[in-house]
Write a protein that binds this ligand. Structure first.
Ligand code: ATP
Ligand code: MG
Length: 340
């Protein structure tokens, strides 16, 4: 029997009140994540990725649904219990500089978190540990005395990773950790995250709007649209046989299709803008942008349903082998990403 997942997200929703109206930021999202694996969450800006990440860490309270981490329902933990569990759940942010205190040296920022969580018996032990962590993420141990502004963006993100690792977490939520970095640095950080996962068995929830990056790092992928899961599958399966027109359109932005094939079987790019989550469209939320939309899509919302084992999509046409045409999905490889 497979192991119990380290994280179970079960029908989680979060609604915000905005000017007397209800904004459905995350709507009944469910997934399981196995220990040591990576689940990628993709979707355009405003699709609810960060809100979902914060719900998982209980930095936000869910309106409904459950988050079960290592067999415990997080909503049932008292605040002191939650504090001690926080060691096991860390987050890496998009903007490393904003997440570091400009008046604290790198060493002080990392050691502070250890003091709060009572890690290390003495200041010198914490310093030693911090230097080791900095080396592990590819920085000089002497970076302990540096201030964040003295470092490059890539180095700052390495500090953010070292700080997240300092407490020995089991789960790390990476919220767009690469977006503020140059492409060549992005590849180095992906490789570092992958090495750390292999060595330490860390589980990642990896949030990104870039499907190419998600393909490189994920075992499983969840595609969000207006707060809802529209497709979910193993990464290889998703990239080989994307079922939802939204996933296909997102892929189009990172696909490399030979010109010849493009003429014969054009892939539809993402059209228009995402509607406001304050007034989502009727029926399928994607129908106003969907090249395949039928009358039914305007009225009847497609349920997330299983198309093949482990592959779910919320589209009336999912499973009909439509839409990708005959064009092979040639996604960007790490070296091409670095060279682009
Ligand atoms: N505290 C809040 N109050 C009101 N609305 C919010 C709040 N936090 C998020 N939202 C709204 O919820 C929706 C989802 O936001 P979220 O930040 O989760 O999206 P995202 O997918 O992370 O976007 P991005 O790619 O831009 O980071 C957005 O419409 C956002 O404006
Ligand atoms: Mg976000």
């Amino acid at each position: 029997m497979p192991d119990e997942p380290i994280l179970k997200v079960d029908g989680v929703s979060k609604h915000f009140k905005v000017g007397g109206r209800t904004l459905r930021a995350v709507e009944r999202v469910s997934f399981d994540l196995g220990a040591g694996e990576t689940l990628g969450i993709v979707g355009e800006s405003g699709s609810g990725k960060s809100t979902l990440g914060r719900l998982v860490l209980r930095l936000l309270e869910a309106d409904e649904g459950r988050v079960v981490f290592q067999g415990e329902d997080l909503a049932k933990l008292a605040s002191n219990e939650l504090r001690s569990r926080r060691r096991d759940m860390q987050i890496i942010f998009q903007d490393p500089l904003a997440s570091l205190n400009p008046r604290m040296t790198v060493g002080a920022a990392i050691e502070d978190a250890m003091v709060v969580q009572k890690i290390g018996r003495s200041a010198s032990e914490r310093r030693h540990r911090t230097e080791g962590l900095l080396e592990r993420v590819g920085l000089q141990p002497s970076a302990v005395d540096a201030y964040p502004f003295e470092l490059s963006g890539g180095q700052q993100q390495r500090v953010g990773i070292a700080r997240a690792l300092s407490l020995g977490p089991k789960l790390v939520v990476c919220d767009e950790p690469l977006s503020a970095l140059d492409v060549s640095v992005q590849v180095q950080i992906i490789q570092l995250l992958q090495e750390l996962q292999r060595e330490l068995g860390i589980t990642y929830l990896f949030i990104s709007h870039n499907l190419g990056v998600v393909q490189l790092i994920s075992d499983t992928v969840v595609v969000l649209y207006l707060g809802e899961v529209v497709e979910q599958a193993g990464a290889d399966e998703l990239f080989e046989r994307p079922q939802h027109p939204y996933t296909q359109a997102l892929m189009r932005s990172v696909l490399k299709v030979p010109e010849e094939l493009e003429k014969r079987a054009p892939l539809v790019a993402l059209a228009g803008e995402m509607p406001s989550p304050l007034s989502p469209p009727s029926g399928c939320p994607y129908h106003p942008r969907c090249p395949l939309a039928m009358d039914r899509c305007k009225e009847e919302k497609p349920l997330l349903r299983t198309v093949s084992e482990g592959h779910m999509a919320a589209c009336h046409k999912a499973g009909e082998a439509v839409t990708m045409g005959s064009a092979p999905a040639v996604l960007v490889t790490p070296s091409e990403l670095a060279a682009s």
